[in-house]
Design a protein around this ligand. Structure first.
Ligand code: IMP
Ligand code: MG
Length: 171
């Protein structure tokens, strides 16, 4: 399988630094409850939060959304739930990619029911043209074409997450 580079390490670092600066500015000096979505958003979540000077509480949740191989089923299930109480807090969901939008929409609605003071989403990648439900992130790293991508946390059949860049295969 040939993996081609789509977004290089330096480009990722620079963009994430910019997003961090924007988030710092928007939240002023407020405390942020960051909820990273396992497993894909691990690299993005650590890189992003590392660069934000605000006080941060960091949690992770695990959801699964994929039925078969590379296509979203639309059914989202929670595999590891959030234990923290987020009522009245400023919550920032950090996700690797928005594709059809089912996953992020589900997570946002699920967490909204816990009555946070505010809730926003930061996503590293956005395949806008694939969207099936209306959901937009507040912070987006890169809009990408309709290609199956891997690396920097994203997998293809659980592999390639550890690539330091975002690559793609033709499908
Ligand atoms: P959605 O529910 O269709 O928006 O899918 C979002 C989830 O599917 C993400 O959290 C990813 O885990 C996964 N996903 C979507 N597109 C890709 C891709 O190109 N590569 C790897 N994972 C992907
Ligand atoms: Mg994911």
């Amino acid at each position: 399988m040939e993996i081609k580079e789509l977004i290089g390490k330096q480009e990722l670092d620079e963009r994430i630094k910019n997003l961090a600066m924007q988030i710092e500015k928007d939240y002023d000096k407020k405390e942020i409850v960051v909820i990273g979505i396992l497993t894909g958003a691990v690299y993005f979540t650590t890189a992003l939060t590392n660069k934000i000077k605000n006080n941060i509480e960091l949690y992770f949740m695990k959801v699964s959304s994929y039925g078969v191989e590379t296509d979203s089923s639309g059914k989202v299930t929670i595999e590891i739930d959030l234990k923290a109480d987020i009522k009245g807090k400023d919550v920032l969901i950090v996700e690797d990619i928005v594709d059809t939008g089912y996953t992020l929409k589900y997570i946002k609605e699920y967490l909204s029911k816990k009555e946070p003071k505010s809730i926003k989403c930061a996503v590293l990648l956005d395949k806008k043209e694939r969207r099936k439900v209306k959901i937009d992130a507040d912070y987006t790293g890169f809009e990408i074409p309709n290609k199956f991508v891997m690396g920097y946390g994203l997998d293809y059949k659980e592999k390639y997450r550890n690539l330091p860049y975002v690559g793609y295969i033709e499908i």
